[in-house]
Design a protein around this ligand. Sequence first.
Ligand code: XMP
Length: 316
Amino acid sequence: MENFIETSVAALKQQIGDEKVVCGLSGGVDSAVTAALVSKAIGARLTCIFVDTGLMRKGEMESVQSVFTENFQTDLRIVDAEARFLDALAGITDPQQKRKIIGKLFIDIFSEEAAKVNGAKFLAQGTIYPDIVESGGTPDKPASTIKFHHNVGGLPDDLEFDLVEPLRLLYKEDVRQVGRDLGLPESLTGRHPFPGPGLAVRCLGEVTKEKLDKLREADAILTEEIRSAGLYDSISQAMAVCLPVQSVGVRDGERCYENAVAIRCIKTSDFMTAKSVRLPWEVLDKIAERILDEVPGFNRVVYDVSPKPPATIEWE
Ligand code: XMP
């Protein structure tokens, strides 16, 4: 991949010339590697925009911030948009409507912020080869809206940027390797995929700040425990899901009526089919014990053993 980096940096320098580029960071691998590569080619003429939707995992914004200000010195702009997303999602329970609202708002906010980058000519996107294939495209045709479409609902017609897509011929594993070779931390290059609408599709029913905060804590515990058991890299995706179910429990001698949280760990090669991972019982025990001790509002933990199909990987 060293060769890829050299060739790609040279091509980017030629394509971009003296112009400015904007790039949206999502916290995921593809956008991070794209930004790192473009930054290697044009340095501070790259502006990265991270829209903090409030639907991210614990520590996600901080880890992006430290990598892109310390390692890469890009012009990083973080937009705190939590309140706007929560307002827009209030009272919404239908999963597809949630996706639509999040997608549209994300594009609006990203466009507002990108318009503030004076004179930017290019938009760098983390489109990778499977995104092109899934969208019925071909390698020699500009991917245009593919990545944004896949994640958040399509770029508006009046966002007039030329696209830069340096990863468009790579598979995910190659993208991870390019990231490692560029010096990105393993916590970023090796991370599990995370859906564009974020924790909103893991908060069943209405999305509220209270549910998101609980979910963030449970998700962080799950990640910590599978990492410390040495299982993170052998699992394709791990998640906690806040269920719209309350059940009776006993806490400190008092009857309580709290939410249930589902844990799901799957193994897959293509995300089209998946199997539930047989986590060792002691790891499951530890995860449940910690969530019940450390996250007020959850009094029951269940493990999802459903394969895909018929269950999807996400619950919504
Ligand atoms: P499902 O739930 O369809 O998930 O079995 C397959 C893979 O796609 C991810 N996923 C999404 N990714 N926006 C995304 O960017 C979405 O709306 C979305 N829905 C599901 C899911 O996390 C899994 O990796």
